[in-house]
Every structure is written in structure tokens, then in C-alpha cells.
Design a protein around this ligand. Structure first.
Ligand SMILES: O=C(O)CCC(=O)C(=O)O
Length: 325
């Protein structure tokens, strides 16, 4: 999964960079082949709509797989990897938990505001900026030339003076901190880690032909006083080959979660082309559904059950008659 140079890179040095500079970055920390296989686990063209599973949703031009611990083993393995756990163990001084995670694909355009991620919520609303230490992990799952992650140098040391603001405006940052903006265009598989108190964003872009895929997750030092902080982690039990007390604690087994999954989506957050695509899928499904309704209204339930029994009988009889090879 990881490039050996990244695995062998000193965890203490990473933690030291985080404490002093507020960030750490490593080119191609994940093997390109691993990234390709991870991305293949996610079908960004299949959006959830009355689908009885976890899957992809869309908010304007960004598609999200929020519950990747339930449907992408390769993502689960990165999020719970020993390197990630080692960084957390060395960085934090009290209990820490995975607070949120997602894989997202940004296309065509995006304009993210400058912000910090030390957010406390009531329901889906941001209620205040908190003081818990926390780390934001980002892995680029595509080559990133545009829409790169941006971080304001040293902002983790002074962002608290803007705690009353939800976002900082582009013009304000441009006027006060333009010299301090760091931009991280990097190859697929690259890794960026930063202090959640640092001011950051993805650089705005507009290009119909471009898209960027990213794995993001956040770990906060919840300690014992922040019960309920974070989104729920829905995990596929099939993936839990590495279930140690450390992983259980990190994933928050038995720990209350009060925040809804991000982002908050509905049909209204879909783009017009996606709504039109959906209409195309809806027409045949509507006819199929209508057929079923008509059949059910004409035939008694008993007749339908008997038809199913007869079909089963024919199928099993036919399969028994087949010569074995
Ligand atoms: O995608 C990025 O580069 C930054 C994402 C981010 O800041 C966030 O989702 O909070």
C-alpha cells in the first residue's frame, strides 16, 4: 500500500513538522497501483436513490462516498494503517478518535472558502470552534495540478483570533496573508497532513475537463469530555482483520456520535445533468414498477406465490436433469 520511503520516514519527524510548521507533505506516499485499485472500488457514476446500501451521493459538482469504511476495503486499510495510528499515537496526548472520513471527486469547478476544521456541531449546524487538537489527513487519489490543497503558513499558531468567523474571505486572506499561502500540487498517491487549526482550503478552479479525487479523514483528541463529537463510523465487519483494542478505540467502538454524515444531500443538491441522467433511469424503472403494481392488483397474493413456486419447481427440475460434466 505505502511506498517504503514513506513507511521508513521517521514518525517523530512527521510529528515534529506538525507541531512546528502545522503540516507535513510526502509525494506519492501510496503506490500508484494501490490508488488505482482503491478508486476502482468506488463507482462514482452510481448515485444512491432508494438503494439499500451505502454509496455515492452528490452535492453540486462534488461526488462523495462518505461511508468508505463500509464499502472500500482499500480505504479502510489506509485509514486504519499502522503508520497513521503511529502518527496519531505520537501526536496526541489524550484519547483520539476518527471524527469523519470520505472519498470525494471534485469536477468542473469548485470554490471552497478558507477555513479551519476545529468545528463543533449541533446536529448539522456548526455551533462553535473548539480547542481540541486534531489532524486532517489527505491523500490525493489523482494527479493534482489544479484545485490543490492550500495552507497558510503558521496559521495553526494564530487562527484562534478568528474563532468567531465560520470562514475567512478570499479578499481578506489576499490582503493580509498572500505571501504565506502554500499550495500543494502533487502526484496521485501524495499525502498531506495538517493541524485542523491551520487555515486551509482547496484552491478554486474552473475547468470542465478536470477532476480531482481525494481521500480525507480527520482525527480529533476528544479526551473524555467531548462525547458525541464526530460522525458515525459505519464499518463492514468483513474488513476487520486488524481489530486490536487500539483500532477499536480509534474507530470509536461504543463511543457516541452525534453529527450527521457529511455532506447533507438530497435530490436538490444534484446538478441538472445528474437529474436528467436520473430521469432517464427512472422511466424504465417506473414502467417496471407500474407493471408490478398492475399485476399485484389483478392477481391474488396466493396466485403470485404459486407462480413463484412453479417457477422454482421448473428451475430445480431442469437443473437436476442437466448432465454433469
Ligand atoms: O480538498 C482539499 O484540498 C481540502 C478539503 C478541506 O479542507 C475540507 O474538506 O475541510
Amino acid at each position: 500500500m505505502f511506498n517504503p520511503d514513506f513507511l521508513n520516514f521517521s514518525t517523530s519527524e512527521i510529528v515534529n513538522d506538525l507541531k512546528t510548521k502545522g503540516y507535513f507533505a510526502f509525494e506519492q506516499a501510496l503506490n500508484p497501483q494501490y490508488v488505482d485499485e482503491l478508486v476502482q472500488e468506488i463507482d462514482f457514476d452510481q448515485l444512491l436513490l432508494n438503494t439499500n446500501d451505502v454509496g455515492v451521493v452528490v452535492a453540486q459538482d462534488i461526488k462523495f462516498l462518505t461511508h468508505c469504511l463500509a464499502s472500500s476495503k482499500k480505504t479502510y486499510d489506509v485509514i486504519t494503517s499502522q503508520k497513521v495510528l503511529d502518527i496519531c499515537k505520537e501526536y496526541f496526548t489524550d484519547n483520539y478518535k476518527l471524527t469523519n472520513h470520505r472519498v470525494y471527486q471534485t469536477s468542473k469547478n469548485s470554490h471552497m472558502p478558507w477555513h479551519t476544521d476545529n468545528n463543533r456541531q449541533i446536529g448539522k449546524q456548526l455551533s462553535e470552534k473548539h480547542n481540541m487538537p486534531g489532524l486532517l489527513f489527505l491523500f490525493y487519489l489523482s494527479d493534482v495540478e489544479k484545485n490543490a490543497f492550500q495552507y497558510i503558513k503558521d496559521s495553526h499558531k494564530w487562527s484562534r483570533k478568528y474563532s468567531h468567523e465560520i470562514y475567512l474571505s478570499d479578499s481578506y486572506i489576499e490582503s493580509k496573508y498572500s505571501e504565506d499561502i502554500l499550495t500543494f500540487p502533487m502526484k496521485k498517491g501524495s499525502f498531506i497532513l495538517c493541524d485542523i487549526h491551520g487555515i486551509h482550503r482547496a484552491e478554486p478552479f474552473h475547468d470542465k475537463t478536470y477532476n480531482r479525487t481525494t481521500l480525507l479523514f480527520q482525527v480529533d483528541q476528544v479526551g473524555n469530555d467531548n462525547i458525541g463529537h464526530g460522525e458515525k463510523n459505519i464499518v463492514n465487519t468483513e474488513y476487520l482483520e486488524n481489530l486490536t483494542p487500539e483500532v477499536m478505540d480509534y474507530l470509536g467502538f461504543g463511543f457516541r456520535r452525534d453529527y450527521p454524515a457529511f455532506p447533507n444531500t438530497s435530490i436538490a443538491t444534484m446538478t441538472l445533468p445528474d437529474i436528467l441522467k436520473l430521469q432517464k433511469q427512472l422511466l424504465p424503472k417506473t414502467l417496471e414498477g407500474l407493471n408490478k403494481i398492475i399485476l399485484k392488483s389483478l392477481l391474488p397474493a396466493e396466485a403470485i406465490i404459486n407462480a413463484k413456486r412453479f417457477r422454482w419447481y421448473l428451475k430445480s427440475k431442469y437443473s437436476k436433469q442437466k448432465p454433469s460434466s
